[in-house]
Design a protein around this ligand. Structure first.
Ligand SMILES: [Fe+2]
Length: 264
């Protein structure tokens, strides 16, 4: 069995300190094979926020796969936003965080949807590149042949509950989702919305699950309490457990779902 913990929107800089401790304990207790952090590790892309995120990851035993989110750009520095938006992310995560993971049962690849700057008013929204999605789908196919489960991790949702509205307006998100679906991806793990969901989309005997997660540590929770997803994969079958934090900052299972891929 491969056990994945899916977290996102840690927002160090606006984190709830008591959640940091209980989340780290919970992750260690659950003994995942890999932790997927789907972006927004920080609040404003500050060095001290990245250092706190790094310290959190250093305290975990499992490998960490992470993709940056829109909050991981140096917020106030236009020059860096344009020229090297991920320099701080890369600098602080180097040596601890990977862009991919693979074992006998699963392969995970990160897909960048956050941008340092964009030709539209709201730069926090995602932008997907279908050509990059094609490349990633190809890499997943070779890394997880046959029954292997192919997983994409990105910050912005490609498919979201309620459709591509508001904060879920990821430019070319639906096109990238189509590429992943056609390319045989089984799951797309995202963050950004601070909402847990699992939406299947399928065609021609193949199903891909689009999975969102609540914020891991932020006290800026929207409608949902902080939480994370636990995904167990065995013999090409999946089980998703959504964990949520209570008022005492303890995490427990809030909802469970089986993930079938109905491969043809
Ligand atoms: Fe975000």
């Amino acid at each position: 069995m491969t056990r994945i913990i899916h977290i996102a929107d840690l927002h160090f800089g606006a984190e709830e300190p008591r959640l940091v401790e209980t989340l780290a304990e919970e992750i260690e207790d659950l003994k995942p094979d890999v932790v997927v952090a789907a972006g927004d590790l920080t609040q404003y892309g500050r060095r001290r926020e990245f250092a706190a995120a790094r310290e959190f990851f250093d305290g975990l035993s499992a490998p960490v796969v992470a993709s940056p989110g829109n909050h991981d750009v140096p917020y106030g520095n236009m020059f860096s936003r344009l020229l090297s938006p991920w320099a701080r992310f890369n600098h602080h995560m180097q040596g601890r965080v990977e862009a991919r993971y693979a074992d006998d049962r699963v392969a995970i690849e990160t897909f960048e949807t956050a941008r340092g700057a964009q030709l539209r008013l709201d730069w926090s929204l995602g932008r997907a590149r279908p050509d990059q999605a094609r490349e990633i789908a190809g890499r997943l196919e070779s890394a997880a042949p046959g029954d292997g489960v192919r997983i994409v991790a990105c910050h912005h949702p490609l498919i979201a509950p309620g459709g591509p509205k508001g904060r879920a307006k990821t430019k070319f998100g639906a096109e990238a989702a189509d590429v992943f679906l056609a390319g045989g991806a089984d799951m797309v793990l995202s963050g950004h919305l601070h909402t847990a969901f699992a939406i299947p989309d399928g065609r021609e005997g193949h199903k891909c699950w689009f999975v969102g997660v609540s914020t891991a540590l932020s006290h800026r929770t929207r409608e949902e309490p902080a939480g994370f997803n636990l995904i167990d994969i065995d013999h090409g079958e999946g089980r998703l457990a959504v964990y949520a934090a209570d008022d005492d900052r303890r995490f427990s299972v809030f909802e469970e779902k089986s993930l079938d891929w109905a491969r043809a």
